[in-house]
Design a protein around this ligand. Structure first.
Ligand SMILES: Nc1ncnc2c1ncn2[C@@H]1O[C@H](COP(=O)(O)OP(=O)(O)OP(=O)(O)O)[C@@H](O)[C@H]1O
Ligand SMILES: Nc1nc2c(ncn2[C@@H]2O[C@H](COP(=O)(O)O)[C@@H](O)[C@H]2O)c(=O)[nH]1
Length: 189
């Protein structure tokens, strides 16, 4: 049996990665979604094991020490990482898996899995990005400013990705990602 595809979806905070993944689920029910570990506090409505595995800094450090993370990064004051076992088992079973992660982590995945499919989600404009992250209403204004300043650097690393997808309209962005995955399955390897 051939291995599944590893799809990495990155892009600046607030561009709509989570929204696009949620919209993609009913369209691509066979696609598996990786749940990350983080030291960030849960937002209202977020559930442990569903949105993230919420960890203390000590617990996260223990996961690093035990080599349980495929990649991890510190992002705007918190740690985020991808549990390794789940990703590896999913790929071995022939299923495709998508990681929704920030850019430093994506570049670490690329070192280990250069055959991964690296997709960068772009906002229609930087003003729209700021409106989206503000409009979500989940972060303190200082954190929004910090995330926006990181966003410029993140977009500067787009050359390391295989595909750039503009998230102008959610349905269109989903279709573009769906088309990329279908095309990657048709690729002669
Ligand atoms: N195409 C779109 N048009 C308008 N609003 C959008 C679009 N996509 C997402 N949004 C809105 O933008 C906000 C941020 O989206 P979302 O939380 O999915 O971003 P994210 O990239 O996952 O952010 P983070 O990296 O911080 O987790 C949400 O309020 C969402 O409803
Ligand atoms: N390197 C990783 N980045 C991750 C992971 N899981 C999520 N993220 C990214 O962190 C930022 C902030 O997320 P938020 O939920 O606090 O808004 C965002 O870009 C996520 O995509 C991970 O496992 N590794």
């Amino acid at each position: 049996m051939s291995k599944g595809l590893l799809i990495i979806l990155s892009g600046p905070s607030g561009v709509g990665k989570g929204t696009v993944c949620t919209a993609l689920r009913p369209k691509m029910p066979e696609l598996v979604y990786s749940v990350s570990a983080t030291t960030r506090s849960p937002r209202e409505g977020e559930e442990n094991g569903v949105n993230y595995f919420f960890k203390s800094r000590e617990q996260f450090a223990a996961m690093i020490e035990a080599d349980q993370l495929l990649e991890y990064a510190e992002y705007v004051g918190n740690y985020y990482g991808t549990p390794r076992d789940f990703v590896e088992r999913t790929l071995e079973s022939g299923r495709d898996i998508i990681l929704e992660i920030e850019v430093q982590g994506a570049l670490k995945v690329k070192e280990k899995f250069p055959e991964g499919i690296f997709v960068f989600l772009l906002p229609p404009s930087m003003d729209e990005l700021k409106d989206r992250i503000r409009g979500r209403g989940t972060e303190h204004p200082d954190v929004i400013n910090h995330r926006m300043s990181v966003a410029e650097d993140e977009i500067g690393l787009i050359r390391h990705y295989d595909y750039a997808v503009v998230n102008d309209e959610i349905d269109l962005a989903c279709k573009r990602i769906e088309s990329i995955i279908i095309a990657e399955h048709c690729k002669v390897r």
